[in-house]
Design a protein around this ligand. Structure first.
Ligand code: NDP
Length: 349
């Protein structure tokens, strides 16, 4: 009798223990789920990027009551924040400084009620609605629509000395770093509008600007080319490529090669500026969105729609042809209008 009572007690206490344990595991999983969900923020429309495209999209989206959340990325304001005079943005007959123009864009988006935040989108999952976006590898956002306006970044030549001396005389931004070479000789490589603009900027600060052009003509607009050619302290090296940037700790000279004659020349310079164009900032989307071989996101012509519904692209990240502030702003407007239509049709807005 005693034995059966002990056995009964033993079995039931084991049973109770197992059940209590199961219950605790179950409760813990619920708590974890709740905690996880509370760190996931749900937003209706997420805008990634803060150049003319992103801010214009934010202005339109906020005015349409889509409550856009915009993450500004590494360089709030985008490429125009490292430029000087902008003479071709309509509405400013006297021209405007790039950084000032972008502050105006930002203020306007803010005044309309857009939620502007610091942070970089580092990962996305566009496999199904709601789409997921991670900010700074930590914060998770769930959203019904995304406008990608991540722009493009400066390209580099890809030579070892360029990397080694980056920040020690090598730069991709004359406006940011030109001041350090006041009264000194510098070189700039490139022949587009950016190179022309930066060469002109540097010519006002530096004693001589050696401009290294790989072909026998420049890609820059005629007016910019004329300005460069008519500036006495800009010396152009046609058909010339950079072989090496020389210097142990800082830039001391650049060795260039004439690609027609093979002649090598060493030019003593303290600064070396790279202005050879840009590449689209589209890496995190490459598993989901159609892109061309250079990484520009493809949009359906006449729209900002990508191949994933509810995901739109605007500005330089999808435009390798025009790449102007005004065209970026225009495409930002298109993206917001497309997003508004999409959210309404799907009943999200
Ligand atoms: P671009 O692509 O127009 O020009 C890049 C230049 O760099 C070209 O001359 C190219 O040479 C040269 N280049 C590329 N790779 C190398 C290399 N490895 N070695 C040497 N040279 C190289 O870029 P930008 O940044 O100049 O301009 C981009 C866009 O922005 C353009 O549409 C431009 O008009 C616009 N813009 C407008 C401004 C304004 O209106 N104020 C200011 C700045 C830019 P190649 O010609 O031989 O290919």
């Amino acid at each position: 009798m005693l034995l059966s009572i002990v056995s009964w007690l033993f079995h039931n206490s084991v049973f109770l223990f197992v059940k209590t344990f199961d219950l605790l595991v179950f409760l813990a999983s619920i708590i974890l789920q709740v905690m996880e969900n509370s760190t996931i923020e749900k937003v209706q429309l997420l805008i990634i990027g803060s150049g003319p495209a992103g801010y214009t999209a934010a202005v339109y989206a906020a005015r349409a009551n889509m409550k856009p959340v915009l993450y500004q990325g590494i360089q709030p304001g985008g490429q125009l924040t490292i430029t000087t005079d902008v003479e071709n943005y309509p509405g400013f007959p006297e021209g405007i400084q790039g950084p000032e123009l972008m502050i105006n864009f930002e203020k306007q988006a803010q005044r309309m009620g857009a939620d502007l935040r610091y942070g970089l989108a580092t990962k996305v999952d566009l496999s199904k609605q709601p789409y997921k976006v991670w900010i700074d590898d930590e914060k998770e956002i769930e959203t019904n629509a995304i406008i990608i306006a991540t722009g493009a970044s400066a390209k580099w030549l890809g030579i070892e000395s360029e990397q080694r001396l980056n920040g020690y005389g090598v730069s991709a931004c004359a406006v940011c770093d030109g001041f350090f070479f006041k009264g000194k000789e510098v070189a700039i490589v490139g022949a587009g509008d950016t190179a022309a603009e930066e060469a002109l900027y540097l010519s006002k600060l530096c004693s001589t600007v050696h401009m290294i052009v790989r072909r026998d003509e420049m890609r820059a607009s005629k007016i910019m080319q004329d300005r460069v050619k008519n500036t006495s302290n800009i010396k152009i090296y046609w058909n010339t490529e950079t072989e090496e940037i020389l210097g142990e700790k800082t830039v001391e000279a650049v060795r260039v090669k004439n690609n027609k004659t093979g002649e090598l020349t060493t030019i003593p310079v303290r600064g070396f500026f790279v202005a050879i164009g840009h590449q689209p900032n589209s890496d995190i989307f490459k598993d989901w969105l159609k892109m061309d071989e250079a990484g520009y996101i493809e949009t359906i012509p006449g729209t900002a729609k990508t191949n994933v519904e509810g995901v739109f692209a605007a500005g330089d990240v999808q435009d390798k042809i025009y790449r102007q502030a005004v065209t970026a702003a225009g495409s930002g407007c298109m993206a917001a209008l497309d997003a508004e239509r999409y959210l309404s049709e799907k009943g999200f807005h």
